[in-house]
Write a new protein. Structure first.
Length: 250
């Protein structure tokens, strides 16, 4: 991709899965990468692996905690010499019936998926504006922002909100040359999916609902992150890039 070599990239939620694949992809593109995730051990292991590909660092961070986010962004800014790109990937999910969702469970998912992404994106955007060189922010939404999936009312609500947060940020930050977009993956083979679903359910789902007949890979979503952050997408902002093998077309 053009324009990623030498850029400072913060990947929030990158100890495994899509975020980890995105960090790898940005390093392969010549970027410098700083990651965060909730657990220090996971961050240390991920950074050790990523450092074999290029300049990589990271810290543990609870993205739902404002003070922790500010500390993390400060560390990322110092390590990278300025944040050019944010890949806001942190997110959690589990399945339970709407009537059984407790307030604690609702708050837990919204604190990470929505409050956390707001805090990280706002903190990074403020530094981008102060720096005066523009930038690119790519948040993680989902095809669940467009269609309700049974058992995921809290997750669906968080991803629908990310869609509107993305569009509003794009409108407000465009004058600062900051582009804001979101990714909407469908069924992707990740550790999160493996925990939430059994193999029989996933096989039936992809057979019946995905025209390409398979789950996506984390590398395919990572490529979409890189595209939206790159100079190949300099006139794209406020958009939701769906990566779903044709699922929403059905």
């Amino acid at each position: 991709m053009r324009g990623l070599d030498g850029k400072g990239v913060l990947v929030a939620g990158a100890s495994r899965g899509i975020g980890h694949a995105a960090a790898r992809r940005f390093l392969e593109e010549g970027s410098r990468v700083f990651i965060c995730a909730r657990h220090a051990e996971g961050v240390e292991e991920a950074v050790h692996e990523l450092a074999a590909l290029g300049e990589a660092g990271g810290v543990a961070c609870d993205v739902g905690d404002a003070a922790d986010v500010e500390r993390m962004i400060g560390a990322a800014d110092a390590f990278l010499g300025g944040i050019d790109v944010l890949a806001g990937n942190a997110g959690i999910a589990w399945q339970e019936d709407f009537l059984d969702i407790t307030l604690e469970h609702w708050d837990t998912i919204l604190d990470t998926n929505l409050r956390g992404m707001f805090l990280v994106a706002q903190g990074v955007a403020r530094r981008m504006v102060a720096r005066g060189r523009g930038g690119s922010i790519v948040l993680m939404s989902s095809t669940n922002a467009y269609e309700g999936e049974v058992g995921y009312a809290h997750y669906n609500a968080s991803k629908g909100a990310i869609t509107m947060l993305t569009r509003t940020m794009a409108v407000e930050l465009g004058r600062h040359a900051i582009r804001v977009n979101a990714l909407c993956p469908g069924k992707i083979a990740t550790p999160l999916q493996a925990v939430a679903e059994d193999a029989e359910y996933t096989a039936r789902y992809v057979r019946e609902r995905i025209p390409l007949g398979r789950s996506g890979t984390v590398e395919e979503v990572a490529a979409a992150y890189a595209f939206l952050a790159s100079d190949e997408a300099t006139f794209i902002t406020g958009e939701m890039l769906v990566v779903d093998g044709g699922q929403l077309a059905m």
